[in-house]
Design a protein around this ligand. Structure first.
Ligand code: LFR
Length: 481
């Protein structure tokens, strides 16, 4: 009794899933209804998302999920689809790893200097920020026909419901939001000639969006009405909401997946010049919080190697990597040079050679180099965030796909010199489900939501094995300290 079901649609860079969460006063249970690949496609004009295939996967997932009390959609950030005056999609959304934004930021900075842009939006420099993507798109024939910009989770929500909106947590990644007012930065948009009228009105996590369209009900075999609820539609916002922090705990978090997003949950943004120089971002979270974090290349480095090697068994690879000596060679996992797809094993070997370290030769050595490098980048981000925000922590919560990788968790604890608590693997889906449950009165505030998590979710604790000095020395080797 009192148990309700919520479907979380969670779109990651390498796969999408529909996960059903059953939430009661003292229970949260996730089960995967459907998982489908997300395969970017390279066409002559560049790297594109196959968003129709994703939507098809979502419909299959909803059919498999069966009767639910509500649906919520989250996904990766910054990318968007354009709609014409009839509300029809104009082309495939461009992938954030596409090369079209090369050199674009510099053009934007000629109008609004980087320092002013950071002071106004708090968003780190990344070539793919929506602002730079829109700038790159502006001169295209397609853009001339565009009447609406919908971020990817908002686009799928629109197809499911017919309702258009711009969910706030994901909107913050456009670099067009002021993190102090949590509204558009009219000044930045005005100076750069970005038409904010292209965006649908802002909506907040927890807002009711609408119901599944009759055609969607017919296609999925569901009987209506099925409400759709806005969640933290940026996957990282949903994942941070699902960090099982205890009341009063001083914590950092690392959301691991294709990216590692490492940082702090803060009550207010940090907009100092030092913070900008360290490339920390101030994305918006639930309940007035700020996600103060840094983007680290993440398991993308390993995914790309595994792809290049013809998909060998990951379990075997990780077991072999565990026997390779620690910190033989490391690369800067924060380096944008690793952003583009392709030839990853060679690029990693090359980076080791260039920094005068032993060049990893075997697959196990390359894998170990990646894991050590990620742990080192985690350390660097966790240390820098505490210093820049003047916000010391006692524990690191690690959530997402990386929780399955015990070696990565242990190395992260060793490198940070802090205990690591590994929580939910499907953290984004969990946060998505809980925000829906909260909107329907099943859970209280963010603290209550986390109390429910600490009571119900299995957690694994990794204790640092001492010797952070070796990690500090490795940072010196790379010159990233
Ligand atoms: C993680 C993520 C990151 C964002 C990157 C690109 O899935 O959403 O937070 O920086 O993807 O959108």
């Amino acid at each position: 009794a009192g148990v309700k079901s919520y479907a979380a649609v969670d779109l990651g860079a390498s796969s999408g899933r529909v996960i059903v969460g059953r939430v009661g006063p003292d229970s949260v249970q996730l089960s995967e209804a459907h998982r489908f690949p997300n395969r970017p496609v390279r066409v002559p004009e560049g790297l594109r998302w196959d968003v129709l295939a994703l939507y098809g996967g979502v419909l299959d997932g909803l059919r498999a999920a069966g009767r639910v009390d509500s649906v919520g959609v989250d996904g990766w950030a910054v990318d968007y689809g354009l709609l014409d005056a009839d509300g029809a999609l104009l082309g495939n959304p461009v992938h954030y790893r596409d090369a079209r934004t090369e050199g674009v930021a510099e053009k934007v900075w000629a109008t609004v200097p980087a320092a002013e842009l950071y002071a106004a939006t708090g968003i780190q420099y990344a070539p793919f920020n929506t602002l730079y993507q829109l700038t790159a798109a502006r001169s295209t024939a397609q853009f001339a026909r565009a009447r609406r910009v919908l971020l990817v989770p908002d686009l799928l929500t629109y197809w499911l419901t017919g309702e258009q909106g711009t969910e706030l947590t994901n909107a913050s990644t456009t670099q067009l939001i002021d993190p102090r007012t949590r509204d558009w930065s009219y000044e930045v948009a005005g100076r750069l000639g970005v038409d904010l009228g292209l965006f649908a009105p802002l909506r907040q996590p927890g807002d009711p969006v609408g119901t599944l369209r009759p055609e969607v009900l017919a296609e999925t075999g569901l009987s209506g009405p099925v409400p759709v609820t806005a969640v933290g539609s940026h996957d990282t916002a949903s994942a941070v909401a699902a960090v099982p922090a205890a009341a009063g705990e001083r914590f950092a978090y690392i959301c691991t997946g294709t990216w590692s997003l490492a940082g702090l949950e803060l009550p207010a943004p940090v907009l100092t010049d030092e913070s900008r120089a360290a490339n920390f971002t101030n994305e918006l979270g639930l309940d007035g919080t700020v996600r103060y974090l840094r983007n680290i290349m993440g398991l993308w480095l390993l995914q790309e190697c595994v792809r290049a090697w013809g998909e060998p068994d990951l379990g075997v690879l990780l077991r072999q990597a565990a026997t390779v000596p620690t910190l033989r060679s490391v690369v800067d996992a924060g380096d944008g040079a690793f952003l583009a797809p392709g030839r990853m094993p060679e690029r990693i070997a090359q980076a080791c050679r260039a920094s005068g370290q032993p060049v990893p030769g075997t697959r196990a050595e390359i894998t170990r180099c990646i894991l050590d490098s990620l742990a080192l980048a985690h350390r660097r981000a966790v240390l820098a965030a505490q210093r820049l925000a003047d916000h010391p922590v006692d524990v690191v919560h690690l959530v997402g796909g990386g929780t399955r990788n015990a070696l990565l968790c242990q190395l992260t604890a060793d490198a940070c010199g802090l205990p690591v608590v590994a929580g939910a693997t499907e953290a984004a889906a969990l946060g998505n489900v809980l925000v829906q449950a909260r909107a329907h009165g099943l859970v209280g505030d963010l603290a209550a939501l986390r109390r429910l998590l600490t009571r119900t979710q299995p957690l694994t604790r990794y204790t640092p094995r001492g010797d952070t000095g070796r990690w500090r020395a490795a940072e010196d080797r790379l010159g990233t300290r």
